[in-house]
Design a binder for this molecule. Structure first.
Ligand code: TRP
Length: 348
């Protein structure tokens, strides 16, 4: 294996050339429906990778919801919203295993030996955990917020995930997972490769902003949900921040808000951002917002229609989740057996 193949970040060309070499594990916290930022940043490429033949496991990370907030919200509802988003964009529940943390007890069993491999300062240094603590407005860290990256390592390692498509904020967690795997193999398995060190696959995430010009996020109320109606999308876009220059251009450094709108419009309509901007020319911010609204609504129309159809059959959705959870449990039990075997904890 070359240096890059063994490093933290995977080579995306190799993934497409050798899909069978890889196995994806990634996921989302069920804190609300997924939005355009998720779609452009990761959902679309997950579907492409799935369809290219990379075996895929998706975790709806319910236990991560309670890491940084007092009020978990309506977790059950949010789990089904995310499941609907996955299915509507083209995740195929036959090819791809979709599961929730809370349905897989072996994950928690894996957490204990993994915690023995990680030091307190290592956990305290994790920059993503630090910024989540700061964003939460809490002053002291709780035990789950401190340790969830190790639980996330169990997500990845239980299914032998060797490829983790994520944004940059998740890199410390993938690095942590690699350390856990390496240390486990060295310390408890006599150097045998019981656990596989995963690599991150960085999404070429386009930098799309919310309608207020800040990072798109559900909690800021500035996000265009996949599940929003065409009318809700139009209403949200009307509020979008632009600037005083009526001539629409694509200059991300100089004009971040206008350029983000241009980029969204371009990506949704399959054009280059410069061409999308030029077509609006000096017609101003209102024309830009109208064009972006139309591009989003056109692109998402089939996805939204599918989502509405799928939502009509809650029993079928429950069966999909139950089936995914059963498949995840089988994998997790097998990994736990290997881990306990290496530890000498199999007694009969
Ligand atoms: N921490 C991820 C997020 O907040 C969600 C997640 C949970 C995840 N388990 C994972 C991502 C395993 C990648 C791999 O978005």
């Amino acid at each position: 294996m070359s240096e890059t193949e063994t490093g933290l970040i995977a080579n995306s060309a190799d993934v497409l050339a050798n899909p069978a070499k890889y196995r994806i594990l990634t996921g989302d916290r069920p804190t609300g429906p997924l939005h355009l930022g998720h779609y452009l940043g990761t959902l679309k490429s997950r579907v492409d990778l799935q369809n290219a033949g990379v075996p895929t496991v998706l975790v709806i990370a319910d236990y991560q919801v309670i890491t940084d907030r007092q009020d978990p919200g309506d977790i059950k509802r949010n789990v089904y919203e995310i499941l609907l988003d996955y299915l509507a964009v083209g995740i195929d529940p036959v090819k791809t295993t979709i599961f929730t943390h809370s349905a897989v007890p072996a994950l928690n069993q894996l957490l204990l030996p993994f915690l023995s491999l990680v030091s307190l300062p290592e956990m305290q240094r994790n920059p993503t955990v630090k910024s989540e603590l700061a964003d939460s407005g809490q002053t002291v860290i709780n035990g789950l917020l401190l340790t969830y990256p190790v639980h996330q390592a169990a997500d990845i390692l239980f299914c032998d995930g060797n490829l983790v498509p994520v944004g940059r904020d998740q890199l410390p967690h993938v690095e942590q997972t690699r350390l856990v795997a390496r240390r486990f193999n060295d310390r408890y398995a006599g150097g045998k490769r019981v656990l596989v060190e995963p690599q991150a696959l960085l999404s070429a995430a386009p930098n799309v902003l919310g309608v207020d010009g800040k990072k798109m996020s559900k909690s800021r109320g500035n996000a265009i949900s996949l599940s929003a109606t065409a009318e809700e999308t139009a209403k949200l876009l009307k509020r979008a921040v632009t600037d005083v220059d009526r001539n629409i251009t694509y200059e991300p450094e100089k004009r971040p808000e206008v350029s983000s709108l241009v980029l969204i419009g371009a990506l949704m309509s399959g054009q280059e951002p410069e061409a999308f901007a030029a077509a609006i020319g000096d017609k101003g911010g209102k024309a830009l917002k109208d064009a972006v609204t139309e591009a989003i609504n056109e692109h998402l129309r089939p996805i939204r229609e599918r989502r509405i159809e799928l939502a009509k059959d809650p029993g079928a959705l429950a069966r999909i989740l139950a089936d995914g959870n059963a498949r995840a449990n089988a994998m997790a039990d097998a990994t736990l057996a290997k881990v306990q075997g290496a530890l000498g904890m199999v007694y009969y």
